[in-house]
Structure formats: C-alpha cells, structure tokens
Design a protein around this ligand. Structure first.
Ligand SMILES: Cc1ncc(COP(=O)(O)O)c(C=O)c1O
Length: 359
C-alpha cells in the first residue's frame, strides 16, 4: 500500500511496550474441539434470551438507551443498592478502562497482583498510569499484605481480582478487611468479581459488604461468565454515586447495545434457571479438581469456572498435547495452563490428557 503522510506520525510510545491480549484458542473452522480456553459458559442462551434478542433486532436502526435505564434499575434492585450506585459498560473490561480513565492522572501508580487478568497491564498503560505488579502468594492466592505494602503516595488504584484469573482462589473476608483497613481512603480499591457467582468458599470476602463499609471500593461484575452472555459484551460497576457519575463521564456513549441490554434484563429475570446451570458448572469444576488431585497434581483451589495447572516450562507442550486430543486450553508460556470448566465430556477428555501427561 502506498505510504501516506499519516504513516510517518509515530504512534503513542506506550503502545510499543503493551503486552498483547492473547485470546483463548478457537477450533479451526470445521474441526471439532472442546473450547476450554476463554472461561466461557458452555451452555447456550436460554430460549427467552434468544427471543429477546430477536425482538430487539427490529430496533437496531435506533441507538440504544444510553444509560441502560431498565437494566441499571434491575441490576441495582437485584443487589439491593440504589440505581445511582450502578453503571453499565461494554463488558467489564471496558468498565475497568472507564474507571481508570475517571480517576488516574498521567503517571499515577496502579498496584495489581501478578499473575492476574491479562487485560490489567494493558488497561493501566493505556490510561497513562504506571502498573506496579505484586507477586502472588503460594497456592496462586493474592498476597493482600504485599499489595497494601506496595501502596505509595503515587498510588491511585489497587486492583483486587477475586477469584483470581487465572489461578482461581478467592480473597478471604479477614484478608480483605485487614487490607481495606491498611489502604488509605484516597486510594480506590477495584474488586474485580467477574466470577463471583461461582464462589462457594465460606470464608470468601463479600464485595457488597466491603462496598457498604468503605467508600473507596468499587465492584466490577459481568454478564459474560455465569450469565453466559460473553458474545454480547455487558458488564457493570457498583460504587458510590460520585464515582459512578465519573465512570459514566468516561464511558463510550451508547456503549451497551440494545441487544445486550435486553438479553441481560431477561437473564436477570431468569436468575434461578441460570444459577442452576452455575451449580452444575461448580460441580463439574469440583470433579475436575478432584480428578487432578487424584492423579497427583498440585493445583490451587478454584472458586471460578476454571482451574490452573502450574506447569512452568511445560505449559506450552501440555497445551499442544491437549489440542491434539481435542481440548483447547489457555497456556501462559513458562508459567502454567488455565483450563475452563465446560461440558462433562470435556472434563473426561482433559483428565485423560492430564493423566497421560504425568506418566
Ligand atoms: C477477572 C476478569 N475480569 C473481567 C473480565 C472481562 O469480562 P467482560 O467479558 O465483562 O469484559 C474477565 C474476562 O475474562 C476476567 O477474567
């Protein structure tokens, strides 16, 4: 293609250093494989959701409700908070970007656990902030005392991913209480609860209680995982009204499509049916974990819809074996492999691969 004057203009320096976001592997067209690489819900949408999408399709010549009014009200009432405590966005990953855009000045520090959700370093850098990574504690757990100790006068935000993607454990209530008591009030604590519906650990922290007690807490949640709407892109933040208004100011106008708004609304109304599916995924997760432990693997506890295999240098070769067997997983080279929980047949196949890999 011919060069034009625009080609000579440098892109932002920050882009050169951005780690890539690696999407979970997809099966080649026409090939059959279980996709356990993106922490998706294996169940197809409920019939009522499909019907709502078909209805909403007739209106796509119009812009959506910019404030997602009905959905925002439904989320607020499902959580027992006020409408001005909730703001929706184009997936919770976009809501995180909007939170950072709303609060970070150039050069502010954002403290985060590492390894954690791979979008964090990208979002922080794009916000013009500086990421400070704090290693995980043994067992793939967040090291909350170390996260608190990493806070400096330059720190504006701490990211707390619970359960942690990709390792799986949830933060405990006593850990979060001590952490919130230690962190200054002017530092925003983002509790990323993308997998909260899968948590069964009785000691796990209660994000809504933390939010009620601490004005510097914001929760991020999503319809992508438990609600099975990853393809529609809708997530939200729950926070104090002033912060919610700030996040809204930083959001992409009309960011949540009318299809996504309708599907999420119907999903909230069908919560019992969807949570029965979540229970089945949790049971399948526990079966996967038990199978791995029986084979002698040392895997962290998981409170999400995935498990972590701490394979170190063998991560990529394990992923290649799994692909050959018809299971797509998410390797993090040199570190480990994340396996999402899907169909029971996928668990069986995965356990065959993990069994032969150990022999
Ligand atoms: C910890 C965490 N937060 C947020 C997200 C993003 O979810 P969404 O699809 O709502 O953007 C993910 C998705 O994998 C995640 O793992």
């Amino acid at each position: 293609m011919a060069c034009c004057p625009g080609d000579a203009r440098p892109l932002r320096k920050a882009l050169a250093d951005l780690p890539p976001y690696v999407p979970g592997a997809r099966a080649p067209i026409g090939a059959a494989a279980f996709k356990l690489s993106s922490n998706e819900n294996p169940y197809p949408p409920l019939p009522g959701v499909v019907a709502a999408l078909a209805d909403a399709a007739m209106d796509v010549n119009r812009y959506p409700d910019m404030y997602a009014t009905e959905l925002t009200e439904a989320i607020a009432s499902s959580l027992g908070v006020d409408t001005d405590n909730v703001v929706t966005g184009n997936g919770s990953v976009a809501v995180l970007a909007h939170v950072l855009a709303a609060v970070c000045e150039a050069g502010d520090e954002v403290v985060m656990p590492w390894r954690s959700f791979e979008a964090y370093p990208i979002a922080v850098t794009l916000a013009g902030a500086v990421g400070v990574q704090v290693p995980l504690a043994p067992g793939g757990r967040l090291d909350l005392p170390a996260l608190a100790a990493a806070v400096t006068p330059r720190t504006r935000v701490v990211l707390v991913c619970t359960p942690n993607n990709p390792t799986g454990p949830a933060v405990h209530a006593d850990e979060l209480d001590a952490f919130l008591a230690a962190v200054p009030q002017d530092v925003l604590v983002v509790l990323d609860e993308a997998y909260v519906e899968f948590v069964r650990d009785p000691q796990a922290a209660d994000g809504l209680a933390a939010l009620a007690a601490h004005p510097n807490v914001v929760l991020l949640r999503t319809f992508s995982k438990a609600y099975g709407l990853a393809g529609l892109r809708v997530g939200y933040a729950v926070a104090r009204p002033r912060l919610v208004a700030g996040i809204r100011s930083a959001s992409t106008p009309f960011g949540v499509s009318s299809l996504a708004q309708h599907a999420a609304l119907v999903s909230l109304r069908s919560v019992d049916e969807l949570m029965t599916r979540v229970d089945a995924i949790v049971a399948e997760r526990d079966r996967m974990l038990a199978g791995l432990l029986a084979q002698g693997w040392e895997v962290p506890d998981s409170q999400a819809n995935f498990v972590w295999l701490p394979l170190g240098d063998q991560a990529s070769s394990f992923a290649a074996d799994a692909t050959r067997a018809g299971v797509l997983v998410r390797p993090f080279a040199g570190d480990g492999v994340r396996v999402s929980v899907g169909e029971p047949e996928a668990t069986d196949l995965l356990l065959e691969v993990t069994g032969s890999f150990r022999r």
